[in-house]
Design a binder for this molecule. Structure first.
Ligand code: LLP
Length: 438
């Protein structure tokens, strides 16, 4: 499960980015999100290499919903990727980091007028228009001379194997213009009637944590078909097709994944073959990976607290090991039955032979890991959970009024705080007490 810089050091501790995790926990406290900069950057490069050797005009944008802060924006900018944002908050973060606006794509199925104004003011490169209300709002906001590059989001009617909550491209969906009802065709006509709007092409996203390549193949083929149908009906030739998020990732040691080269070959090969069959010039391709760029570059460090045994109805007992975080820093096990793997970071060289259930500290059964083998654990040990870089910090909360963890960026033996730990004062600072309750 180790990222490229993770290893076990001479003291038998887990090390990441050249730093002992025991030292990281001592310096920054726990729970602590740790982001391995070299691993993150190398995944950005690997994506570019995999696609650009096959097709130079592939645009890769990082889906910032996976993990976003100022440092992440800088890394993405330096690696030459674009940035996808899906809310005013994500866009504001990008602007605070001075991310080049023309490399930003704005998403969302219910962008507010305020968010659209913000996007126009900042001058984002592309807005992915989801619905007719958004189209009308945009048209009302644009001045007669103003120009805007857009993609139309399509519901491609593809239902991939992944958790139902993270499927987004099926027929029965809130996202995009339906093809079957003729909405997409009507949207294309409206856009083409407005000379201020440059229709660059079509966008779709079928879901996340998808590991079977056949769904990426189906998506690419479907998008090419949709583009050809639109061409046949309207004469519009699409310049770009955006097929949404990237490959799934490894959460457990037994998980196997297609490699990026095969993934890129599947997508580019399908596009090429379908365009030839449809007698259509090959459009530029865009992809927006989030999870696969950052999930495995992140770990979370927790301090082990209470350890207890609970008798099981059929005999025997289960050992519960509670940590100092849980649902608030990682809601994914409860939301999506997501599975994770862990080790004792301060006993990383010892054989893992005792079974534990890893519990959070919240006032409900917030199991982080139903069962994992560890060396014999004691209060004060340090637990490292792997593959927590994506959709953990970004979906964290203050449940039970827990302050959100800090995040450290590690590289070549250096650790920098990139997100400060919240304080209890910050957790309560938005509360207001009306006069009549004083
Ligand atoms: N593009 C669009 C329009 C998206 O909606 C998403 C993710 C992505 C790209 C990036 O997909 P990825 O490469 O990360 O698979 N909170 C959930 C994940 C929701 C993903 C939603 N959209 C989770 O924790 O599993």
């Amino acid at each position: 499960m180790f990222s490229i810089t993770q290893q076990i050091n001479d003291q038998g501790h887990l090390q990441i980015g050249g730093i002992d995790t025991v030292a990281l926990a001592a310096e920054f406290g726990t729970p602590l999100y740790v982001l391995d900069e070299e691993d993150f950057r190398s995944r950005c490069r690997e994506y570019q290499r995999a696609f650009h050797t096959l097709k130079p005009d592939v645009g890769i944008s990082y889906a910032s919903k996976a993990l976003l802060n100022l440092a992440v924006c800088r890394i993405i900018e330096q690696e030459g990727l674009g940035l996808d944002v899906a809310s005013g908050g994500e866009l504001f973060t990008a602007a605070q980091a001075a991310f080049p606006a023309n490399r930003i794509t704005m998403h969302g199925n219910n962008k507010s007028e305020e968010e659209l104004c913000q996007a126009l003011t900042i001058g984002v490169g592309t807005i992915v228009v989801d619905n007719f209300l958004e189209l009308e709002t945009l048209q009302s906001l644009l001045s007669p001379q103003q120009e805007l590059r857009i993609l139309l989001r399509v519901a491609p009617s593809i239902d991939p194997e992944t958790h139902p909550y993270i499927r987004t491209g099926q027929t029965d969906t809130k996202f995009g213009f339906a093809v079957l009802t003729g909405d997409l065709l009507r949207a294309v006509s409206r856009v083409r009637d407005d000379s201020r709007l440059e229709l660059a092409g079509f966008h779709c996203h079928i879901g996340s944590q998808i590991t079977d390549l056949k769904f990426f193949e189906e998506t690419t083929a479907t998008m090419a078909q949709i583009a050809a149908d639109i061409r046949d009906e309207t004469g519009y030739a699409t310049a770009e097709l955006n097929i949404g998020g990237g490959l799934g990732v490894r959460y457990l040691p037994g998980d196997s994944l297609p490699d990026l080269k095969t993934y890129a070959q599947t997508i580019v090969g399908t596009l090429r073959a379908r365009c030839a069959e449809l007698n259509m010039p090959e459009p530029a391709l865009l992809i927006e990976p989030g999870r696969s760029l950052v999930a495995e570059a992140g770990i979370t460090l927790y301090r082990v607290g209470a350890i207890k045994q609970a008798p099981l109805p059929k005999g025997g007992a289960r050992t519960y090991l509670s940590v100092d975080g849980g649902l608030s820093d990682n809601p994914r096990p409860q939301m999506y039955q997501a599975r994770y793997h862990a080790i004792l970071a301060n006993k990383a060289d010892q054989p893992a032979q005792f079974s534990y259930r890893i519990a959070g500290k919240h006032c409900e059964t917030d199991t982080l890991i139903p069962e994992v083998l560890l060396p014999e654990a004691a209060p004060g040990d340090l637990l490292a959970i792997f593959s927590t870089g994506a959709y953990n910090a970004s979906m964290s909360s203050n449940y039970n009024r827990l302050p959100r963890p800090a995040m450290a960026l590690v590289r070549d033996g250096q650790a920098d705080l990139i997100v400060q730990r919240e304080t209890l004062t910050e957790v309560t600072q938005m509360d207001r007490l009306p006069e009549r309750l004083r």
